[in-house]
Design a protein around this ligand. Structure first.
Ligand SMILES: Nc1ncnc2c1ncn2[C@@H]1O[C@H](COP(=O)(O)OP(=O)(O)OP(=O)(O)O)[C@@H](O)[C@H]1O
Ligand SMILES: [Mg+2]
Length: 466
């Protein structure tokens, strides 16, 4: 395990030195340092470090001249940093601490620092990072950030709004937040708001009293009550009706619910996580989604990009699912080069879910100890139709036009060593059209952190006249 990078921020040199000494002295089983420590003498200094380096954890003093710990926490959030922050504060400033925890601090430590407590708190953050790493597979910058966010937001009870296309892993992320939170031993209750009609959803969420409607033979607890002290995951939140939106807003604001047919409000302590694939902002604009509910839900937004925009994750996810689903196979099964190529080049409109089911299916179909292209679903193989034919023939079962386009662009880029100008020529496109399509499909040069757009600025400029 590589050492975790910690940034220690304190305006007293003495404190910085002590923290650095304690933390760097921690060794793992193999005798390697657990933590790599950098120090900053002020909030401004810390922000500067953040501009060119990534950290796994920040430990900052609360009271500092200039920018204090809370302001730093704020600035880091503004910078879109997902790195968890632990605040160190003098005894007695408990109000500030509460504010800090609401503001997204991971935890706090009281000064004078207790060595054991310090190490335990840092170790807690690190062990949660590890747990999340095992749960959420992904190596792209986007997923590294999502994983940090999970650890960062887990300790609080703030509402989190998880956005992403179907199959990107929204529910899995919600579960990971619950598991990393202090509510881990309580219930995680998921409800799909789109799957049931409005009346039923109301009694599902808030419960009902006996005789409150035809068929209500007995009283029933709603999911808010059932999830008390735990986490409630409201999936497809963009699908709920206006009147349901008003009721949800009330439940979130007042932290209490009233059963259908009941009059007595019931206090509940529930952490709400919500997910949607809809453009809620547009829905707010044209009045289909309440603005006040939107703000209530969107306290912490987590965006999961579609798989085609984080192509670095395809390979690790593929290996993960191969391993996961071959557990019940009698023999080890590998991917052939051809199958791997098809998988890595496909656009995955159904995201991680589609990838997982393609692998699961291929494992069942594979005859030898290898998955071949033939074992993959048709839509993935179709992409190969163009290859090796004199001209393209539309197969009787039809094709996915987008996939075909994407495949041709990939091939052109590969053939030209990722030269956009020459790829555009090969396809008879203008430089601009090519650039637009690369962005649209999120095509990136493999094994490089940089986007095509960055690369282009350095290496290629549009030809004259474009
Ligand atoms: N990063 C990931 N690591 C491991 N498994 C993942 C990851 N993302 C998604 N999965 C798996 O992919 C499948 C789909 O994920 P999930 O159900 O969370 O997606 P979703 O965004 O909620 O989809 P939908 O919008 O269709 O409900 C699940 O089996 C999930 O466990
Ligand atoms: Mg889901």
């Amino acid at each position: 395990m590589a050492a975790r990078k910690i940034l220690v921020v304190d305006d007293e040199k003495n404190q910085r030195d002590i923290l650095q000494m304690i933390l760097t002295g921690e060794l793992d089983e193999a005798g390697e340092a657990r933590y790599e420590v950098k120090t900053a003498a002020s909030g401004q200094d810390a922000l500067r470090s953040f501009k060119h380096e990534n950290f796994d954890l920040v430990l900052t003093d609360l009271k500092m001249s200039g920018m204090d710990g809370l302001q730093l926490l704020n600035e880091l959030t503004q910078l879109d940093s997902a790195t968890p922050v632990i605040l160190m504060t003098a005894h007695g400033s408990i109000d500030t601490v509460k504010e800090a925890l609401r503001g997204g601090a991971f935890d706090y430590l009281e000064k004078p620092l207790d060595r054991a407590k310090l190490l335990a708190t840092v170790a807690k953050a690190v062990s949660q990072m590890k747990a999340v790493d095992e749960e959420i597979i992904g190596v792209s910058d986007a997923m590294e950030r999502v994983k940090k966010m999970i650890v960062k937001v887990a300790p609080s009870s703030s509402t989190v709004l998880i956005r992403g296309e179907s199959g990107t892993g929204k529910e899995r992320i919600a579960r990971a937040i619950h598991k990393a939170s202090p509510r881990i031993n309580e219930r995680f209750q998921a409800v799909n708001c789109a799957a049931i009609n409005e009346n039923l959803l109301e009694s599902e969420l808030f419960g009902h009293e006996k005789g409150s409607f035809t068929g209500a033979h007995a009283e029933k607890k709603g999911l808010f009550e059932i999830a008390d002290k735990g986490t409630l995951f409201l999936d497809e939140i963009g699908e709920v009706s206006q009147s349901m939106q008003a009721k949800l807003l009330r439940a979130l604001q007042e932290k209490e619910v009233t059963r259908v047919g009941g009059t007595r409000p019931i206090k509940v302590d529930v952490r709400v996580l919500a997910a949607t694939n809809r453009d809620l902002e547009a829905m707010v604009k044209d009045g289909r989604f309440r603005e006040d509910l939107y703000y209530r839900l969107n306290v912490i937004p987590i965006q999961i990009p579609p798989l085609r925009q984080r192509r670095d994750d395809i390979e690790v996810l593929t290996n993960f699912f191969l391993h996961k689903h071959s557990a019940n196979a009698s023999r080890p099964i590998r991917l052939s080069g051809e199958a791997r190529g098809l998988i890595l080049n496909y656009g995955w409109p159904g995201n991680v879910r589609q990838l997982e089911s393609a692998i699961e299916r291929a494992l069942l179909l594979a005859e030898g100890d290898e998955i071949t292209g033939e074992d993959l679903p048709m839509e993935i193989r179709q992409v190969a139709h163009v290859e090796g034919t004199g001209g393209f023939k539309l197969p009787p079962e039809g094709i996915s036009f987008e996939e075909l386009e994407r495949s041709l662009i990939m091939q052109a880029m590969e053939q030209t060593g990722w030269n956009i100008t020459r790829s555009a020529k090969l396809l008879g496109l203008s430089f601009r059209t090519m650039q637009y399509r690369l962005d649209k499909f999120g095509i990136k040069r493999p094994n490089r952190g940089k986007g095509v757009a960055d690369e282009m600025e350095e290496e290629e400029t549009p030809p004259e006249g474009e």
